[in-house]
Design a protein around this ligand. Structure first.
Ligand code: CP
Length: 325
């Protein structure tokens, strides 16, 4: 098993056995989170450093709460309020945080590749919490868990990785700003590994230049793709990365690519809506669809805690610690 030697920077660091193992461990931690006292002593005495140079609500809070549920201490650094503002390098910053007591790092950065680089500097584990337009591996893992919760049929389990069977042939349509989406990049890699059929749909100006090399079908006809979609995964229009400059107008984008009630009615009755958050309501997704019974958006946020507990556990726990769960 290649499982998480010292970092999780790309979903490609994992194989199907690893993903299956993380899903089973996430289910164990989900059960822990439903207990009267939803906390285990597994990683007591260890400290997780959260280093975020980009804003975050879900990823940061769910990593923090995941670490706390494992009894870790948190060391939190917002780079805009740190000595990096005075010119200290990231390498020196991480080395000093390690000297102060960090046993692992969760890093979000606006530049692609920073967590990968950090993992070569550090002797302790590094987890990518989203880097530029590159990857967001724990988002893909929590999406995987959320889809298993909805589509898995435990009675069909015959092999070790049967928990992943529900992805075989699953039709997933990823809609919107693929070019700037690290979520889409991690998701496409994972869905291909698990045997799903992925279609990318969005404006030509927001499709990556080499998308023909990706293991996906590309369509510019959203209304034709929706009736054959089981999972409609909607991406945020990333205005902080200049997405709006690739479009005639946000209003036109909403009209052509936004999922509103009329478009959602083209989906099969059992299809689900997903979105990594934060949502631009009324742009890529209408509020009434985000809040509808077919939306898994809050399930995604909620499952982030158990999945991140599993990832932290696999990177930081000693063999045998699972007995303390
Ligand atoms: N999905 C996600 O990464 O959300 P945040 O930017 O709020 O962490």
């Amino acid at each position: 098993m290649s499982l998480l030697q010292n970092a999780l920077v790309s979903i490609g660091d994992l194989d199907n056995d690893d993903i299956g193992h993380i899903m089973k461990l996430s289910a164990i931690f989900s059960e822990v989170l439903r207990r009267d006292i939803p906390k285990v002593p597994t990683l007591r005495g260890k400290t997780m450093a959260m280093v975020f140079s980009e804003d975050s609500t879900r990823t940061r809070t769910s990593f923090e709460i995941a670490a706390k549920k494992l009894s870790m201490d948190i060391l939190s650094l917002n780079s805009s309020q740190s000595s990096m503002k005075k010119g200290e390098s990231l390498k020196d910053t991480l080395a000093n945080l390690h000297a102060i007591g960090a046993d692992g790092f969760v890093i979000r950065h606006s530049s692609s590749g920073v967590p990968t680089q950090a993992s070569t500097w550090m002797t302790v584990p590094v987890i990518n919490a989203g880097d530029g337009c590159h990857e967001h591996p724990t988002q893909a893992l929590l999406d995987c868990y959320t889809l298993i919760e909805r589509f898995d049929t435990p009675s069909n389990h015959t092999t070790d990785n049967a928990i992943l069977n529900c992805f075989n042939g699953m039709t997933v349509t990823i809609v919107g700003d693929v070019e700037h989406s690290r979520v889409a990049r991690s998701l496409v890699i994972m869905l291909d590994m698990l045997g799903a059929k992925t279609t990318l749909c969005g404006p030509r100006t927001l499709m990556p230049r080499h998308v023909d090399k990706w293991p996906v079908r590309v369509s510019y006809h959203l209304d034709e793709v929706l009736p054959e979609t089981q999972v409609c995964y909607i991406l945020r229009l990333q205005n902080e990365r200049g997405s709006g400059t690739y479009l005639p107008s946000i209003r036109e984008y909403a009209m052509n690519w936004g999922i509103d009630s009329k478009r959602a009615s083209l989906l099969p009755e059992t299809a689900v809506i997903m979105h990594p958050g934060p949502i631009n309501r009324g742009v890529e997704l209408a509020g009434e669809i985000a809040d509808s019974s077919r939306s898994l958006i809050l399930n995604q946020a909620s499952n982030g805690v158990a999945v991140r507990m599993a990832v932290i556990y696999l990177l930081l726990a000693n063999p045998g610690d699972i007995t303390e769960v």
